[in-house]
Design a protein around this ligand. Structure first.
Ligand SMILES: Nc1nc2c(ncn2[C@@H]2O[C@H](COP(=O)(O)OP(=O)(O)OP(=O)(O)O)[C@@H](O)[C@H]2O)c(=O)[nH]1
Ligand SMILES: [Mg+2]
Length: 494
């Protein structure tokens, strides 16, 4: 699957390749800040992944992996350009395009009262000035069609693709949150991106009610996501059942395209005329919330999101590699298994059988790792060790029982027991072979410089008060239990 947002760019909108912030490289500046170091580590990790899989010389496999490798390359380019991608979501006509126009300070995107004005996702470059030094922070804004506009599965696919590629999500509502909007918010949380709830069209409500609206929305935020809730003694468990929390990190009220006001003009000659004037957009709070996030943790968010996406791609690559090379690897593995089975069948010495069997299994593991070209890591290596223990232990039991039973010296029984030992040796190695393949597929991201290891390290450096710090334990759980995230993997695979 190609990168969805990459396809959104029209040629003239494609951003230049140079690093906009023009920061020194780590060699030039050894005392660079920790966030920059994490960004550099993320880049290295992606570069290494590309190097590892592009190096192999099987043209057919190369073609099969090209899509995933290109996606990783796109992620790497995004890190190099240092562009924070912000995607806007919401139902039709909530003012999504108007909010982006308000941020840009220009009516770049078409808006209108009819549902479905925006039909395809579009992305725009936005240069946001930093708070202190006024440094330009490069941001890419992605407008999307209303979630209830695009039909059925197509809608979900576009939304997921754009959300996957975003570093921050703006979810626009324009009134009480409907059950469909609440559901969409929960679904968007599954992509693990920070999310700001934007309450648009605030000009339609009397100013006196603005505070109450903000309070009401903030009360729906999870504990710890708003200062008000943090300071309260109330625990999430104590919330009344009817008050579900919404997975949002901040709430901002805006009027992106306030309704025109009727202005009465009285001329000196007594003439009275009426005209309509459009008040300027009121999006300053949103701009400042975005600026704070981008300045405070833009590098970390970018790096983490790239690693988070890369890990799924890398795992897909590992699975495709093992499937593609399965026949060759099985044949090679089978040869080792056969040698082991014959030796065990012929050898009369128990100790020799066990040691020889263990060596054969270790040889099998190494051979498979080489054949698949995937790294052997210590990720969940106990599963691999368990298969080895079962293989050696099973053989030891059969050998001991055989030694007891073989006392009557009958040739037929001796032959039968020897064959049983050989069969047991082959069965154990077959299990080791399966466990190895499984281990190689899942552990590929757990090398020292692998995407999971670097992402874990990055989360460990998140400082209190940041969005990454708030979601750290949840994200770590997600990284540590990759098997349970197969839904996300499959979605990325489609
Ligand atoms: N009163 C008021 N109207 C607004 C505001 N923002 C947007 N609108 C109006 O809401 C309508 C929809 O705005 P859009 O920006 O096109 O909404 P959208 O969510 O992008 O809509 P789709 O692209 O159709 O999904 C337009 O008529 C806007 O003028 C606002 O802050 N106040
Ligand atoms: Mg629109």
């Amino acid at each position: 699957m190609t990168d969805p947002t990459a396809a959104i760019f029209t040629p003239e909108q494609t951003p230049p390749e140079e690093n906009h912030r023009d920061r020194p490289t780590p060699e030039q500046n050894p005392a660079q800040n920790p966030a920059q170091q994490q960004l550099d580590r993320a880049k290295e990790s992606l570069q290494q992944t590309l190097y590892r899989y592009r190096r192999q010389d099987n043209p057919e496999l190369q073609t099969a992996l090209e899509g995933d490798l290109n996606s990783i390359e796109t992620l790497l380019r995004k890190l190099e350009r240092f562009v924070v991608r912000i995607a806007v979501f919401g139902m039709v006509s909530r003012g999504k395009s108007a909010v982006l126009n308000g941020l840009m300070g220009d009516a770049v995107l078409e808006t209108g009262p009819l549902n479905g004005v925006t039909r395809v996702a579009r992305s725009l470059e936005w240069e946001l000035r930093g708070e202190g030094d006024g440094q330009p922070l490069r941001v890419e804004l992605v407008d999307t069609p209303g979630l209830d506009e695009i039909a059925g599965e197509g809608r979900a696919a576009i939304a997921w693709d754009v959300a996957d590629g975003a570093d921050l999500i703006l979810f626009v509502v324009a009134g009480d949150i409907t059950p469909v909007e609440a559901q969409a918010l929960r679904e968007l949380r599954a992509v693990h991106k920070p999310l700001i709830l934007v309450f648009n069209k605030i000009d339609l409500y009397p100013e006196a009610e603005h505070g109450a609206i903000a309070d009401r929305l903030k009360a729906l935020m999870p504990l710890g996501a708003s200062e008000e809730r943090e300071s309260s003694e109330e625990s999430e468990d104590n919330l009344p059942n009817w008050q579900p929390t919404l997975p949002v990190d901040d709430v901002v009220l805006v009027a992106a395209e306030p309704a025109p006001l009727k202005v009465r003009e009285e001329w000196p000659d007594g003439r009275v005329a009426y005209s309509w004037e459009s008040p300027p957009p009121d999006v300053e709070h949103l701009k400042s919330a975005i600026r704070t996030i981008v300045e405070r943790e833009g590098e970390l968010l970018l790096a983490f999101n790239a690693l988070f996406q890369a890990r799924l791609k890398e795992r897909a690559i590992a699975q495709k590699t093992t499937t593609h090379l399965e026949t060759g690897a099985e044949n090679n593995g089978w040869q080792i298994i056969q040698i082991k089975a014959v030796l065990v069948t012929l050898s009369p010495v128990i100790g020799l059988d066990l040691i020889g069997g263990l060596i054969a299994d270790l040889w099998l593991i190494k051979k498979l790792a080489n054949l698949y070209g995937l790294p052997l890591t210590d990720y969940r290596s106990w599963e691999l060790w368990r298969s080895l223990a079962v293989s050696v232990g099973g053989l030891a039991i059969v050998e001991t029982l055989s030694a007891i039973a073989i006392t009557d010296q009958s040739f037929t029984i001796s032959l039968g027991l020897a064959l049983l030992q050989g069969f047991c040796a082959a069965w154990g190695s077959q299990n080791v072979s399966k466990a190895t393949r499984n281990h190689l597929e899942k552990g590929c991201t757990w090398t020292d410089n692998g995407s999971d290891s670097v992402a874990r390290n990055l989360l460990d450096t998140a400082v209190e008060g940041t969005l990454l710090y708030r979601w750290r334990s949840q994200l770590l759980d997600h990284i540590n239990q990759p098997e349970e995230n197969s839904d996300t993997t499959e979605r990325n695979e489609d």
